[in-house]
Structures are given as structure tokens and as C-alpha cells.
Design a protein around this ligand. Structure first.
Ligand SMILES: [Zn+2]
Ligand SMILES: [Zn+2]
Length: 643
């Protein structure tokens, strides 16, 4: 017998081992009609899978986000079935069909057919037919040899490969059946095909079996799926909108940065205009950190092998690091993190309890290995700049420090125009280092800090790193996408490994608390997010060119030059368009460059010492004296306004 506590009923039941969610629901006399699956001890299960362990069960309904996993995985099967019906059972060999963040894909081999986007509508139609037919989805198990024989008969060579190489001997081999279609699968699946929601097939591309170039190339068909048509439509609109805002295109059009194969994938070069954006962000960051009692430091880009051994990076982080360099008799590594250097700064002299907290901050560029296929503009690079800081403090300071960091993070992100956040707290995992009391102090300080902000948060129970609990903050951009930015991470590992201590009031050595924290995470990525959030129309304080002066004719150039000088004296970034072009062309070009202000000057302006101001997003123009305009734009800049 097993004991199952059903959260939805707030009641504990005893069942025979091997009972399914389907049986449980039957016992409840159909009281829960809209259940599509469940969550057993945190793991998603479907109504078909035998339950062999006691624990906590929560019913999953459509409104639970986890239920999407079941929907999307079932749609992968429905798509596979459709392909078999269209191209013939014996011609379609199935690879793997997992879920993705917004949908699913299936890798397939189709003899004699290379799919293109034009084939997708027909496949969609067939899928809709299968959904309409409402096949019951059934689960069954086969002994290993029988399962292999079953797939041999169907020429499903990839399924056999999976059984032989991915399913350990002795483990049950489960299959799912809907109509005539049978697939090797662990689940989870819907009760029947007509429970499937709204979907769309998006694209088809090549994918090597098991990602290996020496293996056959299969065809990967991507789909997206949601429970309702509206959610699907919103998502597709968002994707369209995201394409228009692609920071790689904006970066190119506005000449902000350069990522080029000749330099190396994932290695960004900041062009003059992009460098201004970055400088503004970095200046504001430094100013705010100094104000809040951080000390700025600079550390090298490489460090000795021994340092990375002591820090543990060579044992648990090496796959993300670039290979060893030999310099004279020593090995060196390019840094994937700044932490060990900051620890060395702390350790460079004996520290007293009176000196704490010590807050060391650095815009430190780190290098991490990313697969070339995963690189994406500024969002996923191989070299990036962390807005990093390490706080080293006493136990009685932990709570204040964490609250301050979270406050700094949220205020900073708000100053860039983000006002929707998702906050996550990750707590102690099964395997961990450090003593329990320190974990308790750390977790409670994180919790209290979040609660003091009044924000909702999600707890990832047991999801923390082995060396400490953390808070993650995601921001929501203008089209509803979430981006991971801030992290506040305790570390009980490095202080031990580096034997960090301070001399307490009692004249004894004490282990300090250590906190890693970043607000943007990566400056490169954050600028990518900003460009997409604002669709390139950055707030005035960040705009590389804040004002474009447009003389109507050559004879107005001299006055235009006077206006330019006046703006430069006031630290306003200004360009004068002295090309021999028509005024309308100049205005259009300035618009394409997403410049927030244009000052048109002609006879009237030159005579009266004024400028005709055209402001982004506003119709027509407004005539102001030069001084009036200067004070207007200065106020907008100092308030970090977006137009
Ligand atoms: Zn499946
Ligand atoms: Zn760190």
C-alpha cells in the first residue's frame, strides 16, 4: 500500500501500489472533470502512469502552468501520427519529440520527402483531424526484447537506439497508443487527443540524430501550443513584434556594436555609438554603488591555475572555461568569474569585525564557453561584463545587506523603465556545503527582503546551488517577455576554500558570510534587452545622439553651428546634418536613427535666436529659444525620461 496526500482534497488516502491518477479520479466519482494530469512529489505525471510511491499529489488543470507540458508533449505525438498518416507508416522514422519553452518539436526521418514550410499547413490539417477524432490515449508496457522487436517490425531504428542506449536494463519500457499510432514514451500525455488545445507549426529545419554530425540528418518540425486560441494568437503576435525589435538588426542599423565571424563568435565590439550607451550605464552604476558604500576594484582577465583549483572552478565549472594556457612554467586560465580575485582582495590583509561589511564592486568582463549554435547577438555571448559585487559581512549584518541589495536592484531596474518583476527564491538542495544555521540565516534574510518589497515570489524548494540559497529577479519587457537579470547568491563554499576570516570582538577568528550579486547580470545582454524593450528608441539619457540639428539651407549653417556649440557646452550629445540634402530627407534619416530631438533652423529661427523643436512621438514642432530648449532637454535627461 502507498499513502497519497491529495492537496486538492486536503486529505490522505491509502491506495494499492500501481494505482493511476485515472483510477483515483474515478474513485472520486467524476468530481474533478477538468483534471489533465497531476504533480506527484513535484514531478508531472499523467492520468495513465502507475503510481508506485507515497507522497503529495496535486491535480493539474488547464490553468496550472505545468499542465502545458502535458499538452505540448501530446501534440508532438499527434504530429508524429499525422506524419505517418500522410507519408506512410513505413516511410516515417521517429527520433525524439520533446517539449520546448513554448511548444514542442519532433525529429523525424521521412523517406523520399524533404519537408518545407509549405508542407506545414497540410500536417496541421491532419493533426486537427486526429484531435477531432478524440482517440483515447493509452499507456502500456512491454518487456525489453519485445519492445525492440515491436519497433524492428516498424523499422523504427531510432526508437531501438533509444531503448538500447538510454533505457537501463530492468527499467520498464512504456509505450503510448492513440488510434493505430504507438510511440515509445515516458509520458506525460493527455487522457485523449480531443483534449489538445491550440497549436501552430512554426518551422522545419535539419537536426543531426543525437546532435552528432556523423549521424544521419533528421528533419525537425517545431510547433508552439497553448490551451486557448487567444493565448496562441497573443504569442504569435509577440513573436512578430519581437522580430521587428530584434536587437541585432537595431544594433546594425544604428551602428551600436559589431559581432563578426572574423573576430570570433560571441565576442562583441562596441562601436562609438554603442560605447556611449554602455558608458552611460556604467557611469550611473558606479555612481550609485559608490553612494551605497561599495568600493570599486579592477581585476585581471586571467589567473593562475592554482587559484581556480582553490576556488573549485576547475572541478565543478571547467566545461564552461576556456583551455589552459602555459606561461613559463605555470598554467593560467581566462576568468569565467570575478569572485576569486575579490576574495584575494579581502584576504590581502587581516580584517577586523569593525571593517565589515566590505562591498567590492567591479564591472568585470568574464569569458565562458557557449556552443557556437547557442550564440545569439548580445543575449548569448562568449565574453560578457558582469556588474558584479561581493559583499562580505557578519551574521548580524546579513539581513540589512540583503534588503539593501534587493532595493538597489529593483530601483536600478525601475530607472530603466521596467516595472514588472518576477522574483524567485531558491532554497537548500539535498546536497549542500556549509552549516545548517548559516543556511537558515541566509534563507530567512532573503525571504524577509522579498517580503519587505511587497512583491509576490515563487519558491524553488531545494532548487538552490550546493553552496548557498539565492534570489533571482526577472524583468518583463514591453512585449511581455521575461528576462533574468538580478541574482543575489549566498556562498558558503568560497569562504571555506579560501579560509576567509575576520577577527571578532572576542579576538577570535570568525568565518564571514559572502554574497555574490549582480543587478543586470551581463551589461551586454542588458543592453540587448533595452534595445528590444524600447524597439531602439532609448530614453534620452541613453541615446547616443540626443539632438540632430537640421539647417533648412546652406545659408543657415552658421546659425546651426552656434546652436550646436551651445548644446555641446551643456553636455548634450548633438550632431549637425550639414549634408547637401533636402530637409525632408534629413528629417527622415534622423527618424530612422531614432534620435529623440530634431532642431530645424531656417531664416525665422536665425533671426529670433530660436529653434523649431520636433520631438519623437509628437506631431508638428514647437518653437523655443535655445535656452528654453536646453533646460527642457536637461530636465528630461536628468529624470532619465523616455519619450
Ligand atoms: Zn510521448
Ligand atoms: Zn561571485
Amino acid at each position: 500500500m502507498i499513502d497519497i496526500f491529495i492537496e486538492d482534497l486536503n486529505q490522505k488516502f491509502s491506495f494499492n501500489e500501481g494505482i493511476t491518477l485515472k483510477d483515483i479520479l474515478k474513485n472520486l466519482n467524476g468530481k474533478f472533470k477538468d483534471v489533465v494530469g497531476g504533480k506527484l512529489n513535484g514531478e508531472i505525471i499523467d492520468i495513465h502512469t502507475p503510481i508506485n510511491q507515497s507522497g503529495n499529489l496535486k491535480f493539474l488543470k488547464k490553468e496550472d502552468k505545468d499542465s502545458l507540458e502535458i499538452l505540448r508533449h501530446s501534440l508532438a505525438h499527434i504530429m508524429a501520427q499525422a506524419l505517418k498518416e500522410i507519408y506512410g507508416d513505413e516511410n516515417v522514422h521517429l527520433g525524439i519529440g520533446p517539449t520546448t519553452e513554448h511548444g514542442f518539436y519532433y525529429d523525424v526521418e521521412i523517406e523520399g520527402k524533404r519537408l518545407t514550410d509549405e508542407d506545414l499547413p497540410q500536417i496541421e490539417e491532419k493533426m486537427k483531424e486526429i484531435i477531432k477524432k478524440g482517440y483515447q490515449i493509452e499507456r502500456f508496457e512491454l518487456p525489453r526484447e519485445e519492445a525492440i522487436k515491436f519497433f524492428e517490425n516498424k523499422k523504427e531504428i531510432y526508437k531501438i537506439d533509444i531503448i538500447k542506449h538510454n533505457i537501463p536494463e530492468g527499467e520498464p519500457i512504456s509505450l503510448y497508443k492513440q488510434g493505430d499510432f504507438v510511440d515509445l514514451c515516458r509520458g506525460p500525455h493527455l487522457p485523449s487527443t480531443d483534449k489538445a488545445g491550440a497549436f501552430k507549426l512554426i518551422s522545419v529545419s535539419g537536426a543531426y540524430w543525437r546532435g552528432k554530425e556523423t549521424n544521419p540528418m533528421l528533419q525537425r518540425i517545431y510547433g508552439v501550443a497553448f490551451w486557448s486560441e487567444k493565448e496562441l494568437k497573443d504569442y504569435l503576435n509577440m513573436i512578430e513584434e519581437a522580430k521587428k525589435r530584434d536587437h541585432r538588426k537595431i544594433g546594425k542599423d544604428l551602428e551600436l556594436f559589431l559581432i563578426d565571424e572574423e573576430i570570433g563568435g560571441g565576442l562583441a565590439i562596441w562601436l562609438p555609438k554603442g560605447a556611449i550607451i554602455r558608458k552611460e550605464i556604467e557611469d550611473a552604476w558606479k555612481k550609485e554603488h559608490l553612494k551605497r558604500g561599495y568600493q570599486l576594484v579592477y581585476t585581471p582577465h586571467v589567473g593562475k591555475e592554482q587559484l581556480w583549483q582553490t576556488s573549485g572552478h576547475l572541478s565543478f565549472y571547467q566545461e564552461n572555461m576556456y583551455p589552459r594556457m602555459q606561461i613559463e612554467e605555470e598554467g593560467y586560465y581566462v576568468k569565467p568569474m570575478n569572485c576569486p580575485f575579490h576574495v584575494e582582495i579581502y584576504k590581502s590583509k587581516q580584517r577586523s569585525y569593525k571593517e565589515l561589511p566590505i562591498r567590492l564592486a567591479e564591472l568585470g568582463t568574464v569569458y565562458r564557453y557557449e556552443r557556437s549554435g547557442a550564440l545569439h547577438g548580445l543575449m548569448r555571448v562568449r565574453g560578457f561584463t558582469q556588474d558584479d559585487a561581493h559583499i562580505i559581512c557578519r551574521e548580524d549584518q546579513v539581513e540589512d545587506e540583503i534588503r539593501e541589495v534587493l532595493n538597489l536592484a529593483l530601483n536600478t531596474l525601475k530607472s530603466y523603465g521596467f516595472d514588472e518583476f518576477e522574483v524567485y527564491l531558491s532554497t537548500k538542495p539535498e546536497k549542500y556545503v556549509g552549516d545548517d544555521k548559516m543556511w537558515e540565516v541566509a534563507e530567512s534574510s532573503l525571504r524577509k527582503a522579498i517580503e519587505s518589497t511587497g512583491l509576490d515570489y515563487k519558491i524553488d524548494e531545494g532548487g538552490g546551488a550546493f553552496y548557498g540559497p539565492k534570489i533571482d529577479v526577472k524583468i518583463k519587457d514591453a512585449i511581455g517577455r521575461l528576462w533574468q537579470c538580478s541574482t543575489i547568491q549566498f556562498d558558503f563554499n568560497l569562504p571555506e576554500r579560501f579560509d576567509m576570516y575576520y577577527i571578532g570582538e572576542d579576538n577570535q577568528k570568525h568565518r564571514p558570510y559572502m554574497i555574490h550579486r549582480a543587478i543586470f547580470g551581463s551589461i551586454e545582454r542588458f543592453i540587448g534587452v533595452l534595445l528590444e524593450h524600447y524597439a531602439g528608441f532609448l530614453p534620452v539619457w541613453l541615446s547616443p545622439v540626443q539632438v540632430k540639428i537640421i539647417p533648412i539651407a546652406d545659408k543657415h549653417l552658421e546659425y546651426a553651428e552656434t546652436v550646436k556649440q551651445k548644446l555641446l557646452e551643456n553636455d548634450i550629445r548633438v550632431e549637425l546634418d550639414d549634408r547637401n540634402e533636402r530637409m525632408n530627407k534629413k528629417i527622415r534619416d534622423a527618424e530612422l536613427q531614432k534620435i529623440p530631438f530634431m532642431l530645424v533652423v531656417g531664416d525665422k529661427e536665425a533671426e529670433t535666436g530660436t529653434v523649431a523643436v520636433r520631438e519623437k512621438g509628437k506631431q508638428g514642432s514647437q518653437t523655443l529659444s535655445i535656452d528654453e530648449f536646453v533646460s527642457k532637454i536637461k530636465e528630461i535627461i536628468s529624470n532619465k525620461h523616455a519619450l
